[in-house]
Design a protein. Structure first.
Length: 444
C-alpha cells in the first residue's frame, strides 16, 4: 500500500478508494459497488458520471478558467446568476457566489451586518440561531449553529450569538395542536429577541427544513410565516439556510417555497453544482439591495478569491439546464411522497421512532422507548451501528446525533440522487430495513 500523505479528518483511518461513479452508484478500486443513498453528503443531486456537466466544465476551462471577480466578470457567472434568480422566490434580484455553504452563510452574516449599518444601526451585529442547527464549519457559522458536538472544541472562538429551541413536530406536547405548537415556538423567538435586546441583533437564521443537525424536520404550520412577521417588526433580516435544501431537494426549487413567506437572504451550496465543482452562494432579495443602492456605500468586503469561478459556474449552469430539461424538481416531489409513505411502512422496527422528510430528503430517528420518545444514551452508538450495518450491504447513508437536544438523539439521513428510478429507491429501502433490523435484533 502506498504511503498516505493526506491529513484526513480521522487521521488514523484509511478509506476505500473510489475509481469511478455512475448514476447513483460508486465503484471502488477493490471491486465493490455502493448505492449512494445520501448523494455524497446531500450534494450529488444529478448522480455520478453526467457527461454534459464534465463537457461544460472542460469547454469553460479551455476558454477561461479563472478571473479575479474584483476585476472582471464572465458569461458563466452572469448566466448562472440569471438561472438561479429564475428559480428563486419572487423578489430576489442578486446572487453572490462562494466556494461552498459555510462561506455562503458567512457572506449572509456580512450582508446582514452591512444592511444594519447602512440603516444607521451599527450596533446590530449578532445573529439569532437555533439549537440542533448546523450552518457551517467556520467560526461564525459554528457560533450561529446549535450542534453541540461540533461546537465543543472551539468554544473559545465562539461569537456571542444567541439561540432558541427549534420546533419538532415529533415531540409536540400532548394535547397541543401543531398550529398552537408552531405559534409557541415562534413566540419563543420573539421573547428571546426582547431578552437579548433587538438593538444588538442583525438577523435570524433558520433552515426552512432542517438538514444534518436534526434531520429533515419541517416546521409546524404557521411557524415560518410567524417568524417572518417577527423579523419585520424588529427590522431583522431573515436568512433561510438552503445549503442542503436548495435546487429541488425537497420537491420545490427552494424549501422556502413550501411556506407562505419570503426570506431576505437564501444561502445555497451543495446541489447547485451537484458536486462537480466547489460552488455556493447567496441569493439576495430586492428589499436588501434597495438599502444598498440608496446608500453611499460601494460594496461589502467578502475577500473570496474564487467567487464566481468560471469553471464552477459553468458546472452549475449545466446542472440548472439538466434540472429544467428533465423536470427533475417535479420528479422529486412525486418520488418523495411515494418514498416517505413506503419508508413509514417498511421501517417499523422497535428502535425506529420517527420517519420524516420532504421530497428526497428523509430522516429516520431512533429511540430507546417509542412511547416516551426517549433517545438512546450516546454510549450505545446506535446511528453508527446502523451506518455500519448499511455499509455491509453496500449502501451509504449519513448518521448524525443531536436531534433531541444537540447532544442526544440518533438519526440517519437519506438524500438519494434525483435520477434514481423507483426500483432503485425500493432497493435502497430494502437494504436499509435489513440494516436497521440487524441492529434492532442485536439489542433484544
Amino acid at each position: 500500500m502506498k504511503r498516505d500523505f493526506v491529513f484526513r479528518r480521522n487521521w488514523g483511518e484509511r478509506l476505500p478508494r473510489i475509481s469511478h461513479g455512475s448514476g447513483p452508484y460508486l465503484h471502488s478500486a477493490d471491486g465493490r459497488t455502493y448505492l449512494d443513498a445520501v448523494g455524497g453528503i446531500y450534494v450529488v443531486n444529478l448522480g455520478y458520471g453526467v457527461a454534459s456537466i464534465a463537457e461544460a466544465m472542460a469547454k469553460q476551462a479551455r476558454e477561461i478558467a479563472f478571473v479575479y471577480g474584483g476585476n472582471f466578470e464572465t458569461d458563466a457567472e452572469n448566466d448562472l446568476a440569471a438561472a438561479i434568480i429564475d428559480l428563486a422566490p419572487a423578489g430576489f434580484e442578486k446572487v453572490y457566489f462562494t466556494s461552498g455553504g459555510s462561506e455562503a452563510n458567512e457572506v449572509a452574516f456580512k450582508i446582514a451586518r452591512k444592511y444594519q449599518m447602512l440603516g444607521g444601526q451599527a450596533e446590530r451585529w449578532r445573529i439569532l440561531g437555533r439549537w440542533q442547527s448546523y450552518h457551517g464549519a467556520t467560526m461564525a457559522t459554528l457560533s450561529a449553529g446549535g450542534k453541540v458536538s461540533r461546537r465543543r472544541e472551539y468554544r473559545p472562538y465562539m461569537l456571542d450569538f444567541p439561540r432558541v429551541t427549534p420546533p419538532d413536530p415529533y415531540r409536540c406536547p400532548e394535547g397541543l395542536s401543531l398550529q398552537a405548537y408552531g405559534r409557541q415556538c415562534a413566540d419563543e423567538v420573539e421573547r428571546r429577541i426582547l431578552q437579548e435586546d433587538p438593538a444588538s441583533l442583525a438577523a435570524v437564521i433558520v433552515e426552512p427544513i432542517t438538514g444534518a443537525g436534526s434531520g429533515a424536520i419541517a416546521p409546524p404550520p404557521g411557524y415560518m410565516e410567524r417568524l417572518r412577521e417577527i423579523c419585520d417588526r424588529f427590522d431583522l433580516l431573515l436568512i433561510a439556510d438552503e445549503v442542503i435544501t436548495g435546487f429541488g431537494r425537497t420537491g420545490k426549487p427552494f424549501a422556502s417555497q413550501h411556506f407562505d413567506m419570503v426570506p431576505d437572504i437564501i444561502p445555497f451550496g451543495k446541489g447547485v453544482s451537484s458536486g462537480y465543482a466547489p460552488l455556493g452562494g447567496v441569493v439576495i432579495h430586492q428589499r436588501v439591495i434597495d438599502r444598498f443602492d440608496k446608500s453611499a456605500a460601494t460594496g461589502v468586503f467578502t475577500g473570496y478569491t474564487y467567487s464566481g469561478h468560471a469553471v464552477s459556474c459553468a458546472a452549475g449552469l449545466e446542472v440548472m439546464r439538466v434540472l429544467k430539461a428533465n423536470r427533475l424538481v417535479d420528479k422529486v416531489a412525486g418520488d418523495g411522497d411515494d418514498l416517505l409513505a413506503a419508508a413509514k411502512d417498511r421501517l417499523k422496527q422497535p428502535i425506529v421512532g420517527d420517519v420524516r422528510g420532504k421530497g428526497l430528503l428523509l430522516a429516520v430517528e431512533f429511540v430507546a422507548d417509542s412511547k416516551k420518545k426517549q433517545p438512546f444514551p450516546t454510549s450505545t452508538r446506535i446511528q453508527q451501528k446502523v451506518v455500519a450495518a448499511a455499509l455491509k450491504r453496500d449502501i451509504l447513508v449519513r448518521g448524525e446525533t443531536g436531534a433531541f437536544d444537540g447532544e442526544l438523539g440518533d438519526h440517519i439521513l437519506l438524500a438519494p440522487p434525483f435520477i434514481c428510478e423507483k426500483p432503485v429507491l425500493s432497493d435502497m429501502l430494502d437494504r436499509l430495513a435489513d440494516a436497521i433490523d440487524e441492529v434492532s435484533k442485536a439489542r433484544r
